[in-house]
Design a protein around this ligand. Structure first.
Ligand code: COA
Length: 352
């Protein structure tokens, strides 16, 4: 099954919303007041992978840009990484845990099918006043979660939110499949959002989906359609299956489209962006997009050489690295854009 976005080459720049000049009123904007990240200590290099599957450092580096990735130790789960990242973000925000009203965890690799990883995070943090839920939108999950938190904050119901992208993809990797096992890694990134009226914060967002492409990137078993069985385990149906070529073409097209939609709607030229934080899936995808909109490498940072593709953790992780290094500055104009399983894709435009 191939999604409409691939079959029909739809132009997603025209959503009918571009005539509305300002999407989120200044007084309702969610501002990022703290960032954090966490990665496991264990590093898995390309040369180690050469001993596991028929691959080479040269192939992985030239096709993806990845040199190494992190692997979470046994007996740990997604919530452990999520909590570690959250604590860094909360410390920077200077927010008491009891002030948190909402926790959203974006993940495709939760600790358990149920309850949500967000509830485990809520408990471990002791955030007794927070609502908590998980969100599943593949590698676009963090962008979806940011937009969702903005929605809660705009509603006036909540003022303080914790948004986390956390993944343990090593647990859903088929280590016999060289076309996927070289790509993924484990990690978590977190932000604390607070309502503010300074003109900073989330200006606009755009979220997209095309479930017609669901089977281009999916985990076939373990859900209600095909519960775990001896056969599903033997056939590796609990790990990620991907049509890499189709996902590559999809990514290149939709990232351009969603970015153009946001910039056009807000009357912003691409060169006015101080940062474009792109989902870290493949260096060739990132570089293709960066060059197509004529941004310098400093404005479109890359860290997937060190972490691989960490799905919905990748955008908050790279954002945290730039913020922690002091390069990302107050009032910088920033776009976050991601794409992934679903199919889903989307972007958030904000003033730092
Ligand atoms: N090591 C060595 N050879 C490999 C390999 C590996 N790890 N993985 C695949 N190959 C081989 C293939 O078997 C194929 O061999 P063949 O020509 O003899 O059949 C050859 O390399 C080319 O494979 P192909 O899939 O066409 O390579 P590619 O240049 O498209 O790169 C990806 C593959 C997966 C790196 C690339 O398609 C990609 O990055 N896609 C997007 C994936 C993505 O972003 N996913 C996450 C979305 S959130």
């Amino acid at each position: 099954m191939i999604g409409d976005v691939i079959k029909n080459n739809y132009d997603y720049t025209t959503s009918g919303r571009e005539k509305i000049p300002l999407m989120i009123e200044q007084k309702n904007r969610a501002i990022i007041v703290g960032t954090g990240m966490a990665t496991p200590k264990r590093i898995l290099t390309n040369s180690e992978l050469e001993k596991i599957v028929d691959t080479s450092n040269q192939w992985i580096l030239s096709r993806t840009g990845i040199r190494e990735r992190r692997i979470l130790e046994d007996d740990h789960g997604c919530s452990d990484l999520a909590v570690e990242a959250a604590m860094v973000a909360l410390r920077e925000a200077g927010l008491e845990v009891s002030e948190l009203e909402l926790i959203i965890v974006s993940t495709v690799t939760p600790d358990y099918p149920t309850p949500s990883t967000a509830c485990l995070v809520q408990d471990k943090l002791g955030a007794r006043n927070a609502a908590a839920f998980d969100l599943s939108a593949g590698c676009t999950g963090f962008v979806y979660a940011m937009a969702s938190a903005q929605g809660f904050i705009s509603s006036g119901v909540y003022s303080n939110a914790l948004v986390i992208g956390a993944e343990v993809l090593s647990r859903v990797t088929n280590w016999n499949d060289r076309s996927t096992c070289v790509l993924f890694g484990d990690g978590a990134g977190a932000v604390v959002l607070q309502k503010g009226d300074s003109g900073r914060g989330i200006i606009d967002f755009s979220l997209k989906s095309d479930g017609g492409g669901a089977e281009l990137l999916y985990i076939p078993a373990g859900g209600s359609r095909k519960p775990a069985s001896e056969e599903s385990v033997a056939k590796h149906l609990h790990s990620v299956r991907m049509n890499g070529n189709e996902i590559f073409k999809f990514a290149v097209r939709v990232v351009d489209n969603v970015l153009e939609e946001l910039l056009t709607r807000q009357g912003i030229k691409a060169e006015m962006l101080d940062y474009l934080f792109l989902h870290q899936a493949n260096e060739r995808i990132i570089e293709h997009i960066r060059k197509s909109i004529h941004l310098t490498p400093e404005k479109v940072p890359i860290n997937l050489d060190r972490y691989g593709n960490t799905s919905s953790a990748s955008v908050p992780m790279i954002m945290h690295e730039e913020a922690a290094a002091g390069r990302l500055k107050k009032n910088d104009l920033v776009a976050l854009v991601a794409f992934g399983a679903g199919l889903t894709w989307g972007g958030v435009l904000l003033r730092w």
